[in-house]
Design a protein around this ligand. Structure first.
Ligand code: GLN
Ligand code: ZN
Length: 757
């Protein structure tokens, strides 16, 4: 008999109950007991959804982040949080977010970064030469006992030692891998504790195995798992998010009892996994844990049935990865278009899918005939729906040729034509697009959504905001103005809502970090743009000022990377469709007389595959799509793009290939370190390295900005530099923005007088 299990469940609750409980606790409005009560209720509900499985996942629940949980379990608290005599949970939140309830307890928060190629952010473990570990199993043991008391069969889930070290960061010049022996002692102790609690299987997550491993890390796997090879309990080594490739040879040698692989990405590897792991449990992740589509159950069974015959009791069936990355429950959606709704599956529905697959494998398809027929029906409706397949879009795509992605002339020739039109000083100043989303703006929007405010009243309110931000920018003396994005709730949702081929859920939240959740729009069909999306707003803004107004768009790659996308065509194909829609918008803005157009690609880097060997292929189609969107304009129109990350040394040539006239990027936090990329690569066009860290409430001084710009001028000729913040100012307040931009403009003026060329 095949077994069924799950790797992890979303912990936010179907109505984001955890978020509200966390935030209420942090603001001092509710007690620790109340927070823990909500947490316990969510766990119970989650386990109930998994009750027909052979095990429930335990330890996947977290009050903030599972990696931070692991750090606390291993006793690897950062030095600055060690001599705290307060409550342990408060100390945990201090590390997570800089403070818990009491502002007097503030310390600097741990760094946060993306969990592999997902949009989930984890708290980066910190290491140095003096790092020691000490087991604290309280949290996970309490959850094991809790699950047992409720009548569930627990399978604890922990992050494996090699991944834990690999995703952490050395705070000094030491090598974190030197810590492995000490770390393994604590892992071994933890497994002992599990064994004492009569645990049969432990799931140890090592997703680092789907990336290219250094020799040192490969060795670390051998060392780790031979040390953890106790006969007292069985280890299921779990990998996900990609393929194993040659790392399978390392895994095959490890003394583990079972291996979970992502059979969505790695279906092609399953045969070799089975032959190399013979006699061991093979857990196949056959339901996609990263998207929101119903699985093709019959298709999976056609493939899985012969494998099941071969593996017998050694086959386990699961989602490809933890369901943390999908929303909780489709049943909450009352407003979604019913046709689209019938194509979707969220976490609870995905659990149901693996149950049906397992029932069909163990008892024959007839046993679940109704479920399979229902599934078949949804799938064929999706395959044949006219809302998914639009021949006009295909026809338009067929017209695209290589000239669509190319500007008519090179940068120098364009610049010569743009200069007299734009008439900008040296070190021109601008901002990245958004101005503070004030309480007034948010309340107008929510009144408009609830019907309390008419469309025209809402638009009038937004126009007032635009006028206000333009007056501010004029009095600050900025050179290229923006309209401030007051009318936009979110830089992707705003466009998705206006494009055909997109659907929006009401409760499709996914945890981004801590209490922060995002609700990615659902790209389900061929994309078209029924009408211009931003032109009226930008035209209005331009009519309010004699200065140059920058039109503001989100680029195709960012829209793609921040959406749930189709699984019935490659990402590159969806991206090309988005590119055509944005291209039409760009051309309409140009026609409306807008001279500068910025196309944000904040998420370009996020789409990079986990394996470096696949980067170029992604960059080729992603940059290609951007160019189609941006480069149809005449030489006179100035194209900007914006990116929100500082590490781009490794992709700089692709960025240069986008051929935008100006790029603005985040740099201030790295103290212009990013510009090291320009030592070896001569970036050909104009660049605005951010000089104001918008993530911080601090006001940058004029001197600081000047010193950053001078550093930049050592690498990039001064005549090609712009002066701007790191990113949009949407999350800040005017009381911070006005003085910061005052200093920024003053710094630009000083630079103009000091640096001549
Ligand atoms: N134009 C957007 C803004 O200013 C860019 C946001 C981003 O890069 N994340 O808010
Ligand atoms: Zn940004």
């Amino acid at each position: 008999m095949a077994k069924v299990h799950n790797l992890g469940f979303p912990r936010i609750g179907s109505m984001r109950e955890l978020k509200f409980a966390q935030e209420s606790y942090w603001s001092g409005k509710s007690s620790k007991e109340e927070l823990l009560k909500v947490a316990g209720e969510i766990r119970k509900i989650n386990w109930n959804h998994q009750k027909s499985l052979d095990w429930v996942a335990v330890g996947d629940f977290s009050l903030y982040d599972q990696v931070l949980d692991m750090s606390f379990t291993l006793g690897n608290t950062p030095q600055r949080a060690r001599d705290y005599f307060g409550d342990e949970l408060d100390n945990y939140f201090r590390v997570a977010r800089g403070r818990s309830v009491d502002p007097k307890d503030a310390i600097s928060a741990a760094e946060m970064t993306k969990w592999f190629d997902t949009n989930y952010h984890y708290m980066v473990p910190e290491f140095d030469a003096t790092t020691t570990f000490k087991l604290n199993p309280t949290r996970v043991v309490a959850q094991i006992i809790e699950a047992k008391n409720l009548g569930f069969n627990p399978k604890p889930v922990i992050i494996g030692p090699v991944t834990y070290l690999a995703i952490g960061k050395e705070k000094d010049n030491s090598n974190k891998l030197d810590l492995l022996p000490k770390l393994l002692d604590v892992y071994a102790e933890l497994l002992e504790v599990f064994a004492e609690h009569k645990i049969e299987w432990v799931q140890i997550d090592e997703p680092i195995l789907v990336t290219e491993l250094s020799g040192e890390l490969k060795k670390a796997f051998e060392v780790s798992y031979s040390k953890l090879n106790t006969s007292k309990l069985k280890i299921l080594l779990a990998t996900y998010f990609g393929t194993l490739e040659d790392n399978l040879d390392i895994i095959a040698k490890l003394p583990i009892a079972g291996l979970h692989i992502d059979a969505i990405n790695g279906r092609g590897e399953v045969d070799s996994v089975i032959s190399k792991m013979s006699g061991k449990v093979i857990s196949l992740g056959v339901v996609n844990g990263r998207n929101i589509w119903k699985s093709d159950l019959n298709g999976i069974l056609d493939w899985l049935e012969p494998i099941a015959k071969k593996l017998g009791d050694n086959l386990w069936i699961a989602p490809s990865c933890s369901l943390l990355h999908v929303p909780v429950d489709l049943a909450s959606e009352k407003k979604l278009d019913t046709e689209v709704l019938s194509w979707l599956a969220f976490a609870i529905q995905k659990i149901k899918e693996i149950e049906v697959i397992a029932a069909a494998i163990n008892f024959g398809r007839a046993k679940v005939a109704d479920e399979l027929a229902q599934n078949q029906k949804s799938l064929s409706s999706r395959r044949s729906s006219a809302r998914v397949h639009n021949p006009a879009v295909q026809a338009e795509l067929a017209k695209v040729d290589s000239n669509w992605g190319k500007r008519k002339s090179n940068y120098q020739q364009r610049q010569a034509k743009q200069d007299p039109i734009l008439n900008l000083p040296k070190f021109p100043t601008t901002t990245i697009g958004s101005f503070p989303q004030t309480a007034d703006i948010r309340s107008a929007r929510s009144k408009y959504k609830s019907g309390e405010l008419t469309e025209s009243a809402y638009q009038e309110a937004m126009r007032k905001e635009i006028v206000f931000s333009i007056k501010e920018q004029e009095s600050l003396g900025l050179d290229v103005l923006v309209h401030g994005e007051a009318e936009r709730n979110d830089m992707v949702e705003y466009f998705g809502e206006q494009l055909e081929g997109y659907a929006f859920s009401q409760f499709g939240w996914v945890q981004s970090y801590g209490s922060r959740c995002v609700k990615p729009p659902i790209l389900f069909g061929d994309i078209t743009r029924p009408k211009a999306m931003t032109v009226e707003w930008i035209k209005f803004a331009q009519s309010q000022t004699s200065k140059v107004m920058k039109g503001m768009l989100t680029g195709p790659v960012t829209i793609l990377n921040w959406s749930f996308v189709r699984d019935d065509q490659p990402r590159s194909a969806s991206c090309a469709q988005l590119a055509l829609a944005i291209r039409e918008e760009v051309l309409d803005l140009e026609k409306a007389g807008i001279k500068v157009i910025q196309i944000d690609e904040a998420a370009l880097r996020e789409g990079l595959p986990l394996r470096k060997s696949q980067w170029q292929e992604y960059l080729d189609w992603a940059v290609g799509a951007f160019k189609i969107a941006a480069n149809g304009v005449s030489d006179q129109t100035q194209i900007h793009t914006h990116m929100c990350y500082s590490e781009f040394n490794d992709i700089i040539s692709s960025i240069a290939d986008m051929d935008t006239d100006v790029i603005t990027i985040e740099t201030s936090r790295s103290d212009m370190e990013l510009l090291d990329a320009f030592d070896n690569f001569k970036y050909p066009n104009e660049i605005g390295p951010g000089v104001y860290d918008i993530h911080s409430p601090n006001i940058p001084t004029q001197d600081h900005i000047i010193s950053l710009m001078k550093k930049a001028a050592q690498k990039i000729p001064a005549e090609r530099l712009w002066v701007n913040p790191d990113c949009g100012l949407k999350t800040r307040q005017w009381s911070e923005v006005t003085p910061a931009l005052t200093n920024m403009v003053a710094a630009a003026k000083t630079l103009r007088s000091q640096i001549s060329n």
